[in-house]
Ligand binder design. Structure first.
Ligand SMILES: *Cc1c(COP(=O)(O)O)cnc(C)c1O
Length: 371
């Protein structure tokens, strides 16, 4: 009997092969140009990315973590400030806050969407010892957080809003792209993201021209003009090769996101009667970028192991909430977040998979649930 093909949790190599010729052309163009840093590709990508989102300024940076950190620094966040965020996210979200010296106030999530709970946020905002300077929701798995409620609460408490859009390229709420809801937003172009480079990359997006200008200084030594630092800065540049790669990938992003939606819809149809909790379907107002398809089930470890034996590899994003990790430990109780981290399992959902792959994952999963 021949082994069935492996289905990986993510497959950046397949994403490269899918556009290999175009990507090689783009990279070759940069190699031959002799211009490798802060040149025409970065400028063009910033313009095209902002236009794709539907109007904002976009500042390309080195990665998603620094995009978040620079958002906070551009808003003036420092050691005497507090940032409110969620705990079921990648360490990067907390690392970015910690780099500024600010403290973290943990907010619980909503059970259904697994994104920031407005009720919990209201409590954190009103009970905080000192005013919360920034609220930082994460559009986890591509699912938009409830930005309408979050923006209202933040405004009531005089807090700014930074969106973590690292998993939400193309997610929409009420017809507006995620990244255009807060004061400023951070994207990652890590290879497995919906828009992924062949290396590291990130971008900050804002409709505030002054914030964008500050970002441009902060990402390069604090320079206003060459060799003159106006304020302390750093090096967080995106390079020309990655910008050229991202321009190619951006041309395919609509089609690839549509493919993710189709695959997710198929999972929802195939698994609707099963004893597990499915992610909410897209509605008229809320469109997920389907970066992950996260189901909830009690016996996660056993199911993950049996699927792996069948050649199907699922991710657990994220097994340990940040407030329980040594680097960020705090004695707080976040029951919904802790429950999510204990029972979430991410089924493979990316555009180089076929509907036949989805059928295979779903039928193996159903078999696991019933034997
Ligand atoms: C990927 C990711 C980041 C960090 O992006 P990097 O480019 O890896 O630094 C931040 N937040 C979330 C939610 C992510 O998924």
């Amino acid at each position: 009997m021949s082994e069935p093909c492996k289905i990986h949790a993510a497959d950046p190599h397949a994403a490269f092969v899918a556009h290999e010729w175009e990507l090689r052309q783009a990279m070759d163009r940069v190699l031959r140009s002799g211009h490798y840093i802060m040149g025409p590709e970065v400028e063009a990508f910033e313009r095209e990315w902002a236009a794709w989102l539907g109007g904002a300024e976009s500042v390309a940076v080195a990665n998603g973590t620094e995009a978040l950190e620079l958002c906070l620094r551009a808003l003036g966040v420092g050691p005497s400030d507090t940032v409110a965020t969620v705990s079921n996210t990648v360490s990067a979200t907390a690392a970015a806050i910690q780099q500024t010296g600010a403290s973290i106030a943990w907010v619980d999530v909503d059970d259904s969407s697994m994104t920031m709970s407005p009720e919990s946020l209201a409590k954190v905002l009103s009970e905080a010892e000192r005013p919360i300077k920034v609220v930082l929701p994460v559009h986890l798995y591509g699912r938009p957080a409830d930005m309408i409620a979050i923006n209202v609460l933040a405004a009531q408490h005089g807090a700014k809003v930074v969106e973590d859009c690292a998993q939400a390229h193309g997610a929409m709420l009420a017809g507006r792209m995620m990244g255009l809801w807060g004061d400023i937003a951070a994207f990652s172009f890590y290879p497995t993201k919906n828009l992924g480079a062949l290396g590291d990359g990130g971008a900050v997006v804002t409709r505030d021209a002054r914030l964008a200008e500050r970002l441009r200084r902060l990402r390069q030594y604090g320079w206003r003009q060459r060799y003159v630092s106006e304020e302390p800065g750093r090096n967080s540049r995106l390079d020309e090769v990655q910008a050229a790669v991202l321009r190619v990938k951006l041309n395919h992003l609509d089609a690839e996101n549509a493919c993710r939606r189709k695959l997710a819809k198929r999972y929802l149809d195939l698994l609707c009667d099963q004893p597990l909790q499915l992610p909410p379907a897209d509605g008229a107002d809320t469109i997920s970028a389907w970066h992950q398809f996260a189901v909830r089930l009690p016996n996660r470890a056993a199911v993950q192991e049996r699927l792996a034996q069948a050649g199907i590899h699922c991710g657990v994003l994220y097994p340990v909430p940040l407030h329980r990790q040594p680097a960020y430990a705090q004695k707080v109780s976040l029951p919904q977040c802790e429950r999510a981290c204990a029972n979430v399992l991410c089924l493979p959902v990316y555009p180089t998979l076929t509907t036949a792959d989805i059928d295979r994952v779903a039928s193996e999963l159903i078999r696991c649930l019933h034997t």
